[in-house]
Ligand binder design. Structure first.
Ligand code: F6P
Ligand code: MG
Length: 458
């Protein structure tokens, strides 16, 4: 069950796999060790310090395996729901393989799982997240864009009441306002993905600002960077959701902090406008690909918005807008309009081509949704098998069973391009031209795709 094109591997020097496996991952792991040492130096309890030192030793062993071509070993049974899936996949496909000659997607995911194992088998540090400090820090340095959005979207969506019977609102105007707002927020949600921490270490506040600028003009300019653009098709589908079906939309989340905040602003509009009745957010069970959302990140965001003092030198209006927005989102959670979930499958090395066989319960669960939005680069790689498909390959072909299996849900991938696999473009020539004119265009996060798949009734 796989596409006809070869998957990228670390030894492919032409691919970003090479730099990632050879340089980026050891750098990320080195920084993670520094983070744990910082935590170690803040401890006073001897047992905990001894235990944490053992975690550091395991991280050093992992560094040794990663840089020394060690054979991928099974994951130690730490009681997590994904261990059996990992070890089955290793035994079945990757016996004798190492970080460089195993498929990039698998090898990179395996590294994050091994990193989690360094802590999960400890006595005191089972849920330690080596990236937590970084994730919080980047959000706190995103103040301009955070308040631009909060001051604007704290006000209730003004046409929310217009769909109630007896309302005298001009229906066409309301629909047009909704369409425009939907398109704008979809783009905000999309570009929120360009700030993930794995690529943008050492950003200045200016760099962050540039990436997060959310003004209308900016959005019009960035739409031309959406190389495969199904935004109009997406709207055609979403506008039909109101009242007609259950109105459930799922977000398979990517990064914490600012990206999650943008996801929530978007999800808030979907609820307020009545387009969706329920949003299900899917996060990770533990620290994953540096900045991905865990339950702790989710709680941190909502609570820091309401109770925190993260931002200095802000006006009362700004502080209040963020607090009110946070309160509204927490209320959605209490009412069951927003639900946070964390299935173990999201932290495995499997691509989504294998979801039906390896996590049938999850596939069934998603097949009941009216729309599943996959955020970000990693989700896109997993949807498309992370292989060298031609750029003009239709999205539905590239995601295989996730489009063609009975019960496949409607899917949208909102992804800024940060790695080799690119599909859904209008022509192969477009990619060839970019290869020639703008080397590095596939890893800069400057370009994006918004791709939609119709799914298939069960
Ligand atoms: O491809 C580059 C990369 O950093 C991968 O390591 C990873 O797949 C991805 O980008 C992370 O990006 P995102 O957070 O958008 O999934
Ligand atoms: Mg990520």
């Amino acid at each position: 069950n796989s596409p006809p094109w070869p998957a990228f591997r670390g030894y492919h020097e032409y691919s970003f796999a090479h730099a990632t496996m050879g340089v980026r991952l050891p750098t990320i792991l080195g920084k993670a060790i520094q983070d744990v040492i910082r935590t170690l130096n803040e401890q006073w309890d001897e047992d905990k310090m001894i235990d944490l030192n053992k975690c550091i030793e395991r991280m050093e062993d992992l560094m040794h395996d990663l840089t020394g071509q060690a054979v991928l070993r099974p994951i130690i049974d730490d009681g997590e729901g994904d261990v059996a899936l990992w070890n089955k996949e290793i035994a079945k496909y990757f016996q004798g393989k190492n970080f460089i000659n195993a498929p990039w997607l698998f090898a990179e995911a395996y590294k994050y799982r091994r990193l989690h194992e360094c802590f999960s088998i400890s006595k005191y540090w089972g849920d330690y997240d080596v990236f937590f400090r970084q994730k919080c820090d980047t959000f706190s340095r995103s103040s301009q864009a955070v308040f631009e959005l909060s001051t604007r979207f704290v006000l209730p969506w003004k046409f929310a009441e217009s769909h109630t019977p007896g309302s005298d609102a001009n229906v066409e105007q309301v629909h047009e306002a909704e369409r425009l707002m939907f398109l704008e927020l979809t783009q905000i949600c999309l570009w929120g993905n360009s700030t993930d921490l794995s690529l943008l270490i050492n950003m200045t506040e200016e760099d962050i600002k540039k990436l997060q600028s959310t003004g209308g003009e900016h959005l019009a300019a960035t739409e031309k960077n959406i190389l495969g653009n199904h935004l109009p098709r997406l709207w055609e589908h979403v506008k039909e959701l109101r009242g007609k079906t259950g109105g459930r939309i799922d977000f398979v989340l990517d990064n914490a902090g600012f990206e999650l905040y943008c996801d929530c602003v978007y999800a808030d509009f979907l609820i307020q406008s009545g387009l969706a009745k329920q949003i299900r957010f899917h996060g990770k069970r533990f620290a994953w690909f540096v900045s991905d959302v865990t339950k702790k990140d989710w709680d941190w965001l909502l609570n820091v918005m309401v109770h925190g003092e993260l931002f200095k030198d802000i006006s009362d209006t700004e502080r209040e807008s963020l607090r009110k927005l946070g309160l509204r989102w927490k209320q959605y959670e209490r009412e069951g309009k927003w639900i946070y979930e964390q299935h173990p499958f999201w932290c495995t090395g499997y691509t989504y081509w294998d979801m039906i066989t390896e996590a049938p319960d999850l596939f069934l669960h998603l097949s009941r949704s009216d729309l599943v939005i996959f955020k970000g680069d990693l989700n896109h790689r997993k949807l498309t098998y992370d292989c060298a498909a031609p750029a003009a390959t239709p999205f539905e072909e590239a995601i295989g069973p996730m489009a063609s299996a009975p019960g496949a849900p409607k899917i949208c991938s909102l992804r800024t391009v940060k790695s080799d696999v690119v599909v859904g473009l209008p022509s192969n020539e477009l990619a060839d031209k970019l290869d020639k004119d703008e080397p590095g265009w596939k890893i800069s996060g400057k370009y994006a795709v918004v791709l939609f798949s119709e799914g298939r009734p069960g």
